[in-house]
Design a binder for this molecule. Structure first.
Ligand code: BJW
Ligand code: ZN
Length: 248
């Protein structure tokens, strides 16, 4: 069983408002590749080269191929115990907000409800030129991106580097972070802004900050408590402790 400090135990018991930020690491145990580290390279390209307006403009076929590759993976995987633990945690607190950088939809599939998706959804498409949603079915084997009725190229409905995040999601997430009494950062390298500033905002607002990640990140020294390991193993144990505290 996971060893936790008395302080963390007390916060788990008393926190009324809880927020969680997740990143690619929470879906790694489902088989979804992360962005950084050795696992993160696709055909030797870095996420920054592919998930950007410049990347799409200079080589739309390559970027489209990367998204079709990832969509095929995401369509074939399921939530893991880390996702289910957060869905269960939502039911155990009066006020719970899940903020995710992930575009794979696995949190919704696992039963989480109050979610802000900061970087969009990979299974949706829109026009690169006019922004209109593109809802036609796309052949997963097709190597070419379709075109919108305006002639613009179709792209995934996700947020690339240099683009603004959806306003409602970013506002809701910052609001939840600033009022959180307990904040978890899970499976994220905590490098990409503005998501990376949310744990800091929470901490500055008085939240107890807990990190769950396979390896240390820039947040590790700032966190009140850091668990280095797999989220699919650590989060279910935190939920078990939480349940025993709520009963006891
Ligand atoms: C496990 C595990 C297991 C593994 N259990 N853990 C200079 C300074 C500051 C900011 C900037 C700057 N220059 C530019 C910026 C802004 C830029 C930015 O942050 N850049 C940095 C890289 C420097 N940000 C933006 O551009 C954002 N927009 C913005 O700021 O708008 C305002 C603005 C607009 C215009 C001009 C100026 C300002 C937009 C960012 C969009 C990011 N988009 C992507 C792609 C989404 C679509 C897609 O999926 O294709 O989002 S990039 C990619 O990174 C994706 C992720 O959501 C995001 C974060 O990655 P994440 O989730 O942390 O994954 P990894 O792989 O990095 O880490 C996984 C971790 O899990 C690792 O640590 C593992 O150890 C761990 N792990 N297995 C637990 N089982
Ligand atoms: Zn269009």
């Amino acid at each position: 069983m996971l060893e936790i400090t008395k302080e963390f135990r007390n916060v788990l018991k008393s926190a009324g408002s809880v927020a969680v930020l997740t990143g690619a690491g929470i879906s790694a145990e489902s088989g979804v590749p992360t962005f950084r580290g050795e696992e993160g390279l696709w055909k030797k390209f870095r996420a920054e080269e592919l998930a950007s307006v410049d990347g799409f403009m200079s080589n739309p076929e390559l970027v489209w191929e990367w998204y079709m590759f990832r969509r095929n993976i995401i369509n074939s995987v399921s939530p893991n115990p880390g996702h289910y633990a957060l869905a269960e945690m939502e039911k155990l607190f009066d006020n719970f907000t899940l903020i995710t950088q992930n575009v794979d939809g696995l949190h919704k599939l696992s039963g989480s409800e109050n979610i802000f998706e900061l970087h969009g959804n990979i299974l949706k498409n829109k026009c690169f030129e006019c922004g209109k949603p593109y809802t036609e079915e796309i052949d997963p084997e097709s190597g070419e991106h379709p075109n919108c009725e305006c002639g613009g190229k179709v792209r995934p409905d996700v947020v690339w580097f240099g683009e603004m995040l959806p306003e409602a999601a970013i506002n809701g997430a910052f609001e939840a972070a600033s009022r959180a009494e307990l904040f978890f950062s899970v499976g994220t390298s905590a490098l990409v802004q503005p998501a990376a500033s949310m744990p800091i905002i929470a901490k500055q607002g008085g939240a107890y900050l807990v990190e769950v990640n396979l390896e240390p990140t820039p947040l590790t020294d700032v966190a009140d408590c850091s668990f280095l390991g797999k989220s699919g193993e650590i989060l279910p144990q935190i939920v078990e402790i939480l349940k025993s505290e709520k009963v006891g």
